[in-house]
Write a protein that binds this ligand. Structure first.
Ligand code: SF4
Ligand code: SF4
Length: 370
């Protein structure tokens, strides 16, 4: 197996990186450029903006994991004080997540007044005001029948109408599942026709979803309507191979529309766990782990209890979420330094990632560069 498909483990040491760059001097400028870009995403904080959502998606990580069971009644003043405090503590990048952030436009505007860079994960049904200078990651599950079937509404068509032509701000994130691989090309064509861009995420089951499939958890749920032990959204070696082949073809066919890389596609579709795991089956090396300088705050403005990441109910053993996987691949591993070929692949993944995360609207370039 090629080394860059290794599981995510500890980062390469500073000395290993220095040694590599000493003998491969031509890579130094690209490495340094990536370090500068990575600083934009450093000192980040995750914030769950609300417990409300206007969709009911199959296997939802948020509701079926019970994350909505917190008070959601803080005032605008309290939100303002919270974001001001985050900024004072050194937070420079915000991930505004769900349930559905667009349900609370005032909170988004307050956030942007205090921290100028960020990303909002949204389902795209409600248009987010362009005065908020954050990148939008708009989730899509199919094109569009599957989207409607698995989410309870044709969110994709609404999102396309809401963001037509906003190429830099809006990025559609198509969550690949074993059931919608064939739909991906049609989704890409629709996104292309709207003058927009798309990338891929890979469905990653929650513990709750797996317990429901196994019949361990039997309570009724509006987030588990269509799946069964024999027909569900979990991956196996065969469906992963199919996804890899399909995505590889689409990367070449839609170079202007699809923000994705062959190197990451090769890495994320390996059947084995993508992370080294501890005795509890949790990844200690995922860069999305809450702790240290990375916080996760709930809509009650308190730290989310026992959070391992912003999708805590997802099982690390089968996690292929782009948020954890792609950002974790930003960290150089020893295997990335094993040859020029491996290092080039790492550079390709960095380019893929920065193309998805960094957004500076022209009207605030001057401020951002100051
Ligand atoms: S996955 Fe997101 S959009 Fe879908 S129900 Fe859950 S919070 Fe809402
Ligand atoms: S994103 Fe969360 S669930 Fe996925 S590997 Fe990282 S810690 Fe585990």
């Amino acid at each position: 197996m090629r080394q860059s498909t290794d599981t995510m483990g500890p980062r390469a040491t500073r000395f290993e990186i220095q040694d590599f760059l000493k003998t491969h001097v031509d890579f130094k400028p690209s490495y340094q450029k990536n370090r500068r870009n990575a600083l934009v995403l450093a000192r980040a904080a995750f914030v769950e903006v609300t417990t409300r959502c206007n969709l009911r998606c199959e296997g939802c990580f948020y509701f079926d994991g019970g994350h909505d069971r917190v008070a959601d009644n803080r005032s605008a003043g309290e939100w303002g004080a919270f974001f001001a405090d985050l900024a004072d503590q050194g937070t420079r990048f915000l991930y505004l997540v769900g349930a559905e952030p667009s349900m609370e436009p005032d909170r988004l505007a307050i956030a942007a007044r205090h921290i100028r860079r960020g990303l909002i994960g949204t389902n795209g049904i409600r248009r987010i005001d362009p005065s908020i200078p954050y990148k939008l990651h708009i989730s899509v599950w199919g094109a569009p029948e599957q989207d409607a079937a698995y989410r309870g509404a044709d969110a994709f068509s609404k999102a396309l109408r809401n963001y037509t032509g906003e190429t830099d701000r809006a990025l559609f994130v198509y969550t690949l599942t074993p059931r919608n691989i064939e739909d991906a090309e049609q989704a890409l064509k629709r996104v292309q026709d709207a003058g927009l861009k798309m990338t891929f995420n890979m469905y990653s089951p929650t513990h709750t979803y797996q317990e429901r499939l196994a019949g361990i958890k039997r309570s009724k749920s509006e987030f588990f309507r269509m799946s069964s032990a024999n027909n569900n959204l979990t991956w196996n070696a065969e469906s992963l191979a199919k996804a890899r082949t399909c995505v590889s073809r689409l990367i070449d066919a839609f170079p202007e529309t699809l923000v994705y890389s062959h190197s990451y596609n090769d890495w994320i579709t390996v059947p084995e766990p993508r992370y080294e795991l501890d005795a509890n089956g949790v990844s200690p090396h995922c860069i999305s782990r809450i702790g240290g300088s990375l916080s996760l705050t709930g809509p009650n403005l308190a730290p989310v209890a026992n959070a391992k990441c912003c999708t805590s109910d997802v099982d690390c053993r089968t996690c292929r979420l782009y948020g954890g996987g792609l950002v974790s691949r930003l960290r150089l591993q020893t295997s990335d330094l094993s040859s020029r070929h491996e290092f080039r692949k790492w550079l390709e993944i960095c380019e893929h990632l920065f193309g998805m995360y960094i957004y500076t609207p022209s009207w605030c370039t001057e401020v951002a560069d100051a």
